[in-house]
Design a protein around this ligand. Structure first.
Ligand code: UT7
Length: 327
């Protein structure tokens, strides 16, 4: 496991200087106290942050970049429209030729990516897969009162994991469960610039009311679906493995909103030491949130060999998923 967070800490009070919001509102509704933002003009991008997190994971796995057979890069904020950020990481790591694939599943990106890695490993096609989740949100948010419902939530950062073939089938990824429901595609989205809203068109229209280049979120609808889908997909994983909530040593939920995590904790009657949250410090880092939280939980000695670890995510698409693992 590895992670990288930009040094620049942005508190709720810092945001209250830019827009009509308050530390009390943000903490009460989301649990967030501060987040990290890339400083404009710094070298950090989703690819460079993913590279740093990825190198840490590779070194901790006792490997070198030459051992990596496949790179999976989960992000909603790639460096370029194309090519994907996965190939940029491959270039930085000096890996001459291997597949490098971007996964565009937003907050569920890391769960989708490790499920993909798991399939390639179990079929025997690849041995060592580097999975990265990395995001630069701060560069594209509306830090005025108009955008406060979205911009106070999201933060920047990267997390990574190396998945390796293991002959002992009593440990590793036991099952993954993935879903999408495109009927809600626009409820959490960034529509333009895109092939529907080409940059030249937006510039030509020069319409100050056109803010389609900022993310849109129907917060309440997303919240309502999130709590239902989180519960369903965790339950599905528990049933598949004949586990009960008591068996869970650590649940690492996507860090969307502390209130969602608390709802899930209560619903499954989990103790505080069965759930890991760090949204207070980093905000919602989308595809990076689970690998950052998983890395921290492991670094803090809260995940140990043999532990039953559950990952669960929900986000734009809508997409959702869970992964059941024995560490
Ligand atoms: O990670 C991907 C998945 N995303 C999620 O899971 C997010 C799910 N949704 C949420 O976490 C919550 O819906 C939010 C935290 C985004 C918003 O909380 P809410 O309790 O649903 O607030 P709201 O959108 O219903 O807004 C309530 C009020 C509104 O004012 P009025 O109309 O009641 O006068 C908003 O304008 O709060 C206002 N508001 C704010 N006030 C101060 C919205 N954002 C802010 C803000 N500061 N930052």
């Amino acid at each position: 496991m590895g992670k990288f967070l930009p040094d620049n800490v942005v508190t709720n009070d810092d945001l209250a200087k830019l827009m009509d919001t308050s530390d009390a509102w943000i903490q009460e509704r989301t649990g967030i106290k501060e987040r990290r933002h890339i400083v404009k003009g710094s070298e950090d991008t989703p690819a460079t942050m993913g590279y740093k997190a990825g190198m840490q994971a590779i070194e901790r796995a006792g490997l070198t970049p030459a051992d990596i057979d496949l790179i999976l890069f989960a992000t909603l904020s790639p460096d370029y429209y194309f090519p994907g950020s996965g190939v940029l990481v491959q270039k930085m790591m000096g890996i001459p030729a291997c597949p490098a694939m971007d996964i565009r599943m937003q907050c569920s990106g890391f769960v989708y990516a490790i499920s993909t890695a798991d399939q390639f490993i179990k079929t025997g096609m690849y041995k060592n897969v580097l999975v990265i989740g990395s995001e630069n949100h701060s560069g594209g948010l509306d830090f005025t009162t108009r955008g406060r419902g979205v911009s106070v939530i999201f933060g920047d950062g990267a997390g990574a994991a190396v998945l390796t073939r293991e002959e002992d089938t009593s440990r590793g990824i036991m099952s993954t469960h993935l879903y999408s429901e495109g009927a809600h595609a626009e409820e959490l989205s960034l529509i333009g610039p895109s092939t529907l809203r080409w940059v030249p068109e937006i510039m030509e229209a020069n319409d100050p009311e056109d803010i389609s280049y900022y993310p849109y979120m129907n917060g309440q609808t997303v919240f309502k679906h999130a709590v239902v889908r989180f519960s369903e997909v965790i339950n599905e994983g528990l049933e598949k493995n004949n586990w009960t909530p008591k068996d869970i040593d650590m649940l690492v939920p996507h860090q969307a909103n502390l209130r969602i995590s608390q709802f899930i904790q209560k619903k499954f009657q989990l103790a505080d030491d069965q759930v890991y949250n760090n949204i207070m410090r980093y905000g919602n880092t989308t595809a990076a949130s689970i690998p950052i939280a998983l890395t921290e939980a492991w670094e803090e000695g809260k995940i140990n060999p043999g532990d039953k670890v559950v990952l669960a995510a929900f986000g734009s698409g809508f997409t959702w998923g869970s992964a059941m693992m024995v560490w």
